[in-house]
Design a protein around this ligand. Structure first.
Ligand code: 3HC
Ligand code: NAI
Length: 705
């Protein structure tokens, strides 16, 4: 292994270059390398000052997260030790930032005596997203540099800022447009600092920003209430606020010790374990069997979307938001106008919320070309079909696409349940056909299930994976089966929720339990949001073709027949006041639920919150085990990603399969078996779950095989 740090001399300046691909993470060897370089340089009278910079794509992604679980992170020099060495250095240290400088990488820069960055560099402290606080002085130094409120915003949101903003706030001292100039500029800053009289200025001694809020101790509680809804259930955001508050109430050393203690406590918490799992799961999902860095990819410069309804309009926005021009094709002018109006309204609302300028919205709209001419598909590198969920219609469309599209074009379907192989089979190029299952609303939800047909080529899968990242989405590859992974796991969850209200619960109780677990909303509120009519249409196809010995809850159908379609009609499982999205329990639904139980001759019983949670969650985990065994998903952690991004599974619980591991598969199996004995029906434990429970194994072990 080449050493992860290089040392060079440039005009009397010691240049320390981090060289630890792919992200210059501060592993033990990199920490040792930097310490050695600085120690040697400090002893060398010919070295006047230092520049620390990064090689490759970025400055640094921070501490090496993989070392958290092995204990190596605690080996000396630890990151805080290294950072103190830098701050205390009698020779000035300048940090040269490019690409990304986050976490411990950013913290190291904060302790340097000056910071210079290339325009566009992303700088920040994303630790909170891993369930921890910055643990190398970030919560103490950042407020000293940029002020308490901007520091709170940055640390608690975890969102990096671009260098231009960092300059405005005083996080960095200089900016260069030209990355080739970064080293030269930094060396000249270092030379200037070296001749200044006295020791270099330390960030820890800067207290003027802290003094500005001395009379406003209440601002921290205000901040806590401000994030209470957004951060519900998460521990780390509140721990971050505690640390920044400590910066204003304690002397530097004591604040630092406080931060370290909180960091170590968070790092060993279940939440951080789960959030770190989520981080790596997302990255693992990009590694797909049969694909490698050598797999060629197609260049996507222009897209076409077929159908401008609910999904097509959202998908078109995804493309133009990423700067890819899109041709939107409809069969009728009225539908086309309606779809374009939806898109326009969406952008107008974004502008009114101050998240986009009018010019930006206009620029995006000009990238969308609405048309009724189907033949225009011939111009596209990828066509995403989003017409009605009807196999005959999709077959007709794909036959036409095959005749009209360029030979190398990707033909994608947004079907949510139909067989991608059957669709591919009507074309002469099944290797170019793939499922791209976006979630509604497509311009907001980040999950895309990439459905790999039997013949879909590795090039097409690789291209669509890269494309999803470009669209700001998280792509997860799954195989062909009825409803793929996400919805297939959702059905048992919603189904049990409905059985529970037949047996004795009410929608608001089920939703409360699920929300308390950490989901943004429960299954009934979700059904009202998605549309009871949409669920009804899906059930016509799937539940009515189910094996007849399996139960079916018809309450949702009754609501549909009553014209209660959910939020769109202000009545569904709940009632809604004009213009409000807040669900209010509805006595008519209570009557319907009671009447249904009576009709089914069910003696309603008190149902505990624990049973509700287990009856909703364990069957979906059980279905996940079947999906794994059938090879529909490559790994259990892929299913976690699907649930984190498709349905808002609480990130601090890592995803359903990780959660099941944390409970123990033996427990999950025993509870499922018990439910099965009582209710029979859909609740039979999956063979894989049973086997793993017996062998005391975990889904993580399945992934590691
Ligand atoms: N430690 C260990 N491995 C890391 C890492 C880190 N901090 N950051 C990224 N990696 C790994 C990834 O797992 C991936 O590995 P793989 O190729 O084996 O899957 C590889 O580096 C490349 O990462 P990405 O695919 O994510 O590369 P991108 O270019 O898409 O993104 C990034 C780059 C924005 C830097 C992104 O990797 C990222 O967000 N990294 C984590 C940043 C972070 O949270 N830093 C805080 C760490 S904790 C800390 O510093 C504690 C301190 O306060 C004491
Ligand atoms: P929709 O009914 O809102 O829109 C379909 C559009 O396709 C209509 O505007 C229609 O005029 C147009 N269309 C029909 N035939 C056409 C043709 N020959 N050429 C061009 N346009 C044509 O349907 P929605 O909800 O957008 O669904 C589209 C697809 O996405 C379906 O396959 C559905 O299963 C899937 N899907 C839907 C989700 C949802 O929540 N609505 C979620 C994920 C996938």
């Amino acid at each position: 292994m080449p050493p992860p740090v290089r040392f060079d001399r440039v005009e009397g300046i010691g240049v320390v270059t981090l060289d630890n691909p792919p992200v210059n993470a501060f592993s033990l060897s990199q920490r040792i390398g930097v310490k050695e370089a600085l120690t040697n340089g400090l002893q060398d009278p010919d070295i006047l000052a230092f520049v620390i910079c990064g090689s490759g794509r970025m400055f640094s992604a921070g501490a090496d997260i993989r070392e958290f679980d092995t204990g190596v992170a605690a080996e000396s020099p630890t990151l805080p030790e290294l950072i103190s060495l830098i701050e205390d250095s009698p020779k000035p240290v300048v940090c040269a930032l490019h690409g990304t400088a986050v976490g411990g990488g950013c913290e190291l820069s904060l302790a340097c005596h000056s910071r210079v960055a290339v325009t566009g560099t992303r700088i920040g402290l994303p630790e909170v997203t891993l369930g921890i606080v910055p643990g190398a002085g970030g919560t103490q130094r950042l407020p000293r540099l940029i002020g308490v409120l901007p520091a709170l915003d940055a640390i608690v949101s975890g969102k990096p800022m671009i260098a231009e903003r960092a300059l405005e706030l005083g996080l960095i001292d200089g900016l260069t447009d030209d990355s080739d100039e970064l080293l030269k500029t930094s060396v000249s800053v270092a030379r200037r600092l070296a001749i200044e009289p006295g020791p270099p200025h330390k960030t820890r001694d800067r207290n003027s920003q802290l003094l500005k809020v001395r009379d406003r101790p209440e601002l921290f509680d205000e901040f806590r209430s401000r994030i209470a809804r957004r951060a519900r259930g998460f521990e780390a955001p509140f721990a971050c606020i505690d640390c920044v508050e400590a910066a204003t109430t304690m002397p530097f050393e004591q604040g630092l010790a406080f931060e370290r203690e909180v960091f170590l406590r968070c790092r060993s918490s279940d939440q951080s374990l789960a959030q770190r799992h989520a981080f790596f799961a997302e990255r693992e999902a990009r590694k797909v069997s049969g694909l490698g860095p050598e797999t060629p990819q197609l260049d996507i410069r222009c897209a076409a979307v077929l159908g401008c309804g609910t999904m097509g309009s959202g998908i078109a926005m995804c493309f133009v938001n990423a700067g890819i021009p899109v041709i939107v094709i409809e069969s009728e002018q009225g539908m086309l106008d309606r779809g374009m109006e939806m898109i326009r309204k969406n952008y107008t609302s974004t502008v009114s919320k101050g998240r986009m300028t009018e010019e930006e919205a206009e620029a995006r709209l000009t990238l969308i070309e609405p048309t009724l001419e189907f033949e225009r598909v011939s111009e596209a590198d990828i066509v995403v079909e989003a017409v009605f969920e009807d196999m005959d219609l999709k077959k007709k469309i794909f036959t036409r696409l095959d005749a009209l599209c360029r030979a190398e074009a990707i033909l994608a379907t947004n079907t949510s349940s139909l067989d991608v192989n059957t669709i591919a089979a009507v074309t002469g190029r099944p290797e170019q056909v793939v499922g791209t299952h976006f979630f509604s609303p497509a311009n907001v939800m980040r999950l895309v299930e990439i459905v790999r047909g039997h013949q879909t080529s590795p090039e097409v899968i690789a291209t669509v994976l890269t494309l999803s990242k470009r669209l700001g989405k998280v792509g997860v590859v799954v195989g062909v089966c009825d409803s793929f992974a996400a919805n297939r796991m959702l059905y048992p969850y919603s189904r049990q929720a409905q059985f529970l209200i037949e047996e004795g619960a009410f929608p608001e109780q089920v939703d409360r339990v699920i929300q308390d677990f950490g989901f943004p909303m429960g299954p009934f509120a979700l059904s009202d949001l998605a549309g009871i009519d949409v669920g009804w249409r899906v059930r016509q196809h799937r539940e009515h073709s189910r094996p007849k010995h399996l139960r079916y809850s018809a309450i949702g159908d009754r609501l549909y027949e009553m014209g209660r379609y959910g939020q769109k009609t202000s009545k569904g499982w709940y009632q809604y006041e004009e213009g409000s999205r807040i669900p209010i329990p509805d006595p008519d639904v209570v009557d319907l639920v009671l009447a249904t139980s009576k009709e089914l001759e069910i003696d309603r019983r008190e149902i505990s919150d624990e049973e509700i949670l287990q009856r909703c969650l364990y069957p979906l985990i059980n279905e996940g085990a079947r999906i794994l065994e059938e090879g529909i998903a490559q790994r259990a952690s892929d299913l976690d990603v699907v649930w984190l991004y498709g349905f808002g599974f609480p990130r601090y619980r890592g995803g359903p399969m990780f959660y099941a591991d944390s409970l123990g598969l033996r427990h999950v199996y025993e509870v499922m078996q018990n439910f099965y004995e009582i209710h029979q029906d859909w609740l039979e434990p999956a063979p894989l779950l049973e086997r793993f429970a017996r062998e005391d194994r975990t889904f993580a072990e399945w992934d590691a095989k």
